[in-house]
Design a protein around this ligand. Structure first.
Ligand code: SF4
Length: 411
């Protein structure tokens, strides 16, 4: 645990070290209090490194702009994070042992919305530097890096193959969790401080990595994980089958994917929950099929509960083995699973039982995880199966190239 010791100017205090029952006065000594400031558990748990105790204190005093500016020292997207972050800060809140955790994310969301509705602006805080940085990927990692570098005075250009910035925040999170106006509002501040966005430009195709390397002093790669993991079963070529990102992308473009009325969602993570809840909003009956039990689901507990409240069904200890149907999916052969030894993920391994049964469905969404598309990485840095090794500062084995987010091997 990180902590700072500081000795404050407190007068010596008299303390009694033994019981006053032995003699009338006890044994008296003098001691000087030593105050130790520690980083609070919630601060330590925040992936964005926000000073939670600091902004909660300011918000408690009604100093919402100051609270917002304190969050912005670390995280340019409080209105977004307040909505979509799974608030790991609250899981470790001391208050939850008394009654319930402080609802940090709702305060963060309120402060973010306050800043948007009051048109609060940020500025570049340091003198302009004669250095240019290219950021590849306009998702949360790339834009956060761009924000901090620009405020430090660097000239920053972001490249992304999509037409609009936001990455997974725009294309992978359903709008019932994150509305476009909130996303656009917070991203617009990055334009305001002079970050250049080159959208619709795929690095490696529309511009070569070599030319990027020669034009910029440094490159930060944050392209995320967009390759869907294959289910690897028979019959996946039928209509009515979607991958999670493809499905959520269509939803977020305002389309209504043709998914049928009875949907099986395969997987136990947050993407599976998002797909299931979005399908419910399209009027479908939805069953999530997961090969372990609820206790091992990677999805956040609150999200699972909300899905259940919205009518999503769960089929645990089961995995699909074959897709039935002619042109369209009409059902699945499913194998029952049991739990075995603990595996590398720290959870009990799903073990096939050999016992199968059939279920009817006219749509399936596969949400079993994503990986980095290896071909999208520059050829001159080392990577292993799409995972890039960096040091603690995010530097790869090429001195000008840094990487972050889902593509690196440091959480
Ligand atoms: S909800 Fe906000 S404060 Fe809590 S962990 Fe997420 S980003 Fe950090």
């Amino acid at each position: 645990m990180k902590y700072i010791e500081r000795q404050v100017n407190v007068p010596l205090c008299a303390i009694s070290t033994t019981s006053g029952l032995v003699n009338k006065t006890g044994t008296w000594k003098f001691a000087q209090p030593l105050f130790i400031d520690r980083v609070s558990p919630c601060n330590q748990q925040c992936p964005a490194g926000e000073d939670i105790t600091g902004y909660m204190y300011l918000a408690g005093q009604g100093k919402f702009e100051e609270a917002w500016r304190l969050i912005m020292e670390e995280n340019p997207f409080p209105a977004i994070m307040g909505r979509v972050c799974f608030h790991t800060c609250e899981e470790i809140c001391n208050r939850k042992d008394h009654d319930e955790a402080v609802s940090i994310h709702t305060v963060e969301c309120f402060i973010g919305d306050y800043a948007l509705s009051h048109g609060l602006k940020i500025t570049v805080t340091q003198p302009e530097k004669d250095k240019k940085v290219a950021i590849v990927g306009a998702g949360p990692g790339g834009m956060s890096a761009a924000f901090h570098l620009r405020r430090m005075g660097y000239t920053v250009t972001i490249f992304d193959s999509n037409q609009s910035p936001g990455g997974m925040m725009r294309y992978g999170i359903p709008s019932y969790r994150l509305q476009n106006e909130v996303l656009d509002g917070e991203i617009s501040r990055l334009y305001d401080i002079g970050i250049e966005f080159k959208m619709g430009v795929k690095v490696g195709k529309d511009i070569t990595w070599d030319s990027l390397e020669s034009q910029f002093d440094a490159i930060f790669i944050a392209i995320g994980a967009y390759e869907e993991t294959s289910l690897g079963i028979k019959g996946l070529n039928k209509d009515g089958i979607f991958n999670a990102l493809e499905f959520l992308h269509e939803i977020n473009l305002g389309k209504s994917p043709k998914i049928g009325k009875r949907i099986s969602v395969i997987g136990g993570g947050n993407s599976a929950i998002d797909c299931a809840r979005a399908s419910r909003r399209l009027g479908a009956e939805v069953t999530i099929i997961y090969r372990r039990t609820e206790a091992e689901m990677p999805a956040h507990g609150e999200e699972i509960e909300m899905a259940r409240e919205e009518g999503v069904q769960f089929l645990f200890l089961a995995t699909p083995r074959e897709v039935y149907g002619q042109r369209m999916i009409s059902g699945l052969k499913v194998e029952k699973m049991t739990l075995g030894e603990i595996d590398d993920s720290g959870r009990r391994r799903p073990v096939p039982t050999g016992e199968t049964f059939d279920i009817e469905c006219d749509g399936m969404i596969i949400a079993i995880g994503e990986a980095t598309i290896v071909a999208d990485l520059p050829p001159f840095i080392s990577q292993k199966k799409g995972v890039v090794s960096t040091d603690q500062m995010g530097q790869t084995d090429h001195s000008k190239i840094f990487a972050g987010g889902d593509i690196i091997d440091i959480p």
